[in-house]
Write a protein that binds this ligand. Structure first.
Ligand code: PMP
Length: 323
């Protein structure tokens, strides 16, 4: 779907997957007005297909667009575009279980020019790819590297938007994590380098027995849809769940005195991933015994059961697309 200043959104098309042809002076290539979303379509037990909370993705896409001075796509148009692609590619939605069809809606500027200002032409696209279960050999805890040198986002920056530049800026820290033998990077706040923000492409939850806390939306972390869903699911399962500030010292101390029983990360791609161990330039410590914990696994099962249609959907989060 194209957007042109003065005309708005126009020319929606469903076309075979193919390369885009871009002018070398396309403004996106230089000034990075690119935003995206990620959501999944799941096969339901009756053979029909449903997406998970597309409206939440559509709203986050609008807020990312506002932050990047890009036009807002109406929520209904975002959902219709995803629906049309999933209907077209229905045979690519895996049959059951944790596998899904991953949808990647995104928007780029298409105006040609080298002046630094918001473009006057944009293109919104959706592509799709089947996604297997993230953990082929069972759920494996990840090891994390606390990034003290680099920050992902600062107050007033674009951290709360799903903007391409955030990911470009995070690659060097992810490489450091791997150099230090860790799977993923964990970001700290930009000012004090003390408060836990989020993981590479996932939000974090800290489990203290029956009490579960996730870092509050500081303005510089991404408001994850899985994170938001778990606030509701965990409360309904009887946990005392909330948002708060968690420091590196809280994490270290809780792990040392045993009050912190589990830590997990959550996001569309990996659903829920246990965090097994932590490393920073000064210290390394395990989270409990390093194995996937019962709260992590219970929440993971509850969320996957809802998404795959094995459990009821009291929140009306599934968006059915018909058989
Ligand atoms: N944080 C970041 C930086 C991400 O890229 C993602 C993935 N979209 C998340 C958190 C998790 O968000 P969601 O649950 O909406 O996938």
């Amino acid at each position: 779907i194209k957007w042109t200043e003065g005309r708005g959104w126009h020319d929606a098309q469903l076309v075979p997957y193919a390369p885009l042809s871009l002018d070398p002076a396309n403004m996106t290539l230089h000034y990075a007005q690119t935003i995206f979303e990620g959501l999944k379509a799941y096969r339901q037990p009756d053979g029909s297909v449903a997406t998970f909370r597309p409206e939440a993705n559509a709203r986050r896409f609008q807020s990312s667009a506002r932050r990047l001075s890009m036009p807002e796509l109406p929520v209904e148009t975002f959902i219709e575009a995803c629906d049309a692609l999933v209907r077209q590619d229905k045979e690519w939605v895996p049959d059951a279980g944790e596998a899904s069809l991953y949808l990647r809606p995104f928007m780029i500027a298409t105006e040609v020019g080298l002046g630094v200002r918001p473009a006057n032409e944009y293109l919104f696209l959706v592509i799709a790819s089947p996604a297997g279960s993230y953990f082929s050999g069972g759920v494996q805890p990840v090891s994390v590297w606390l990034s003290e040198e680099y920050v992902r986002a600062a107050p007033g920056g674009t951290g709360a938007a799903k903007a391409g530049g955030n990911y470009a800026a995070s690659l060097v820290a992810q490489a450091q994590a791997i150099e230090h033998g860790c799977d993923q990077v964990v970001w700290l706040d930009a000012i004090e380098r003390r408060w836990i923000e989020e993981m590479g492409g996932m939000n974090l939850y800290f489990v203290y027995g029956d009490r579960i806390v996730t870092p509050e939306l500081s303005g510089s972390l991404l408001p994850g849809i899985t994170r938001d869903s778990l606030l509701t699911i965990a409360a309904d399962l009887g946990y005392q769940v909330g948002e708060g500030r968690i420091s590196v010292d809280d994490w270290k101390q809780g792990a040392a005195d045993g009050t912190l029983t589990e830590v997990f990360a959550c996001g569309t791609a990996a659903v829920i991933t246990p965090v097994g161990s932590v490393k920073s330039t000064r210290a390394a410590w395990p989270v409990a015994d390093g194995a996937p914990g019962p709260v992590t696994m219970r929440l993971r099962e509850a969320l996957l059961a809802l998404q795959s249609g094995r459990a009821a959907d009291p929140y009306h989060w599934m968006h059915p697309l018909g058989a």
